[in-house]
Design a protein around this ligand. Structure first.
Ligand SMILES: Nc1ncnc2c1ncn2[C@@H]1O[C@H](COP(=O)(O)OP(=O)(O)OP(=O)(O)O)[C@@H](O)[C@H]1O
Length: 242
């Protein structure tokens, strides 16, 4: 695998019986890239992500993630990635600090490292005043930011975000994207799905999946030029909605 390509996918396919949910997709993602993985509901995004994070076996095709084969080295893949879905896994009945400590333990960090990380995160996210509050008392946007930070606790090479900003307002989403950019600038690769087309504009490159296939993949600027439209929403409508 080349040094810069942290995800390499070739003809990756997933069938459920006769139905092909992911159909021979091929693409690479570079280190530190913010890669948008778009598609209408049911296009096959989550199914593809499940294969890339090593929890679902491909029917055929190949994928290397963080240098490991998802087919044969799924456990190594899992150690090197972070994952956050829209139904993020924070415990509502634990405080902010307790959540960070709990997940740090699951990721196998030492007690000292967990304390360092928790202090740094609480400071960075401006959560000092609420670090001892139960997570359930916090607004959704804060939970999403904490959840993202928790997905990065073990310094993964790549973080997979499956609709991370669902349900929050544009200003809160913009703040979330500042965290994404910061992680990317420090070398973490971001693989993100979203239904918000303003967020697609923030990605370095975007792929658009239609019925299990990648129908377009390029920078937002090049996609807009290619389809001769002014914004990513129009690109998406032309492809995903036929
Ligand atoms: N375990 C499964 N068994 C059978 N069909 C499945 C299974 N998982 C997903 N599918 C089907 O595969 C297709 C792709 O689903 P997937 O969840 O990957 O889409 P998606 O692009 O992530 O959609 P959304 O944006 O709604 O999350 C859908 O038609 C779905 O019903």
């Amino acid at each position: 695998m080349s040094d810069n390509k942290v995800i390499q996918v070739k003809n990756l396919t997933k069938k459920f019986g006769d139905f092909t949910a992911v159909d021979t997709i091929t693409f690479d993602v570079e280190k530190g890239e913010v890669f948008g993985f778009l598609g209408a509901n049911g296009a096959g995004k989550t199914t593809a992500i499940k294969m890339l994070i090593g929890i679902s076996k491909p029917t055929f095709g190949e994928a290397q993630v963080a240098g490991f084969n998802v087919f044969t080295n799924a456990e190594d893949v899992k150690k090197n990635i972070g994952y956050m879905s829209q139904k993020f896994a924070l415990y509502d009945d634990l405080t902010v600090r307790e959540n960070i400590t709990f997940f740090g333990g699951i990721y196998g960090l030492s007690k000292t490292r967990i304390k360092e990380k928790a202090d740094a995160l609480i400071e960075e996210l401006g959560l000092k005043g609420v670090s001892n509050q139960l997570v359930k008392s916090l607004p959704l946007g804060w939970k999403q930011k904490i959840s993202f930070s928790v997905a990065l606790l073990h310094d993964p090479k790549i973080v997979f975000l499956d609709e991370p900003t669902g349900g929050v307002d544009p200003i809160t989403r913009r703040q979330f994207w500042e965290l994404i950019y910061k992680a990317a600038s420090q070398g973490t690769t971001i693989f993100v799905t979203t239904h918000y087309m303003d967020e697609a504009e923030y990605c370095d490159r975007v792929s658009i999946m239609v019925n299990g296939k990648i129908e377009a993949l390029n920078t937002p600027k090049n996609l807009k030029e290619q389809f001769k439209v002014a914004n990513m929403n129009d690109v998406f409508l032309m492809l995903a909605r036929g």
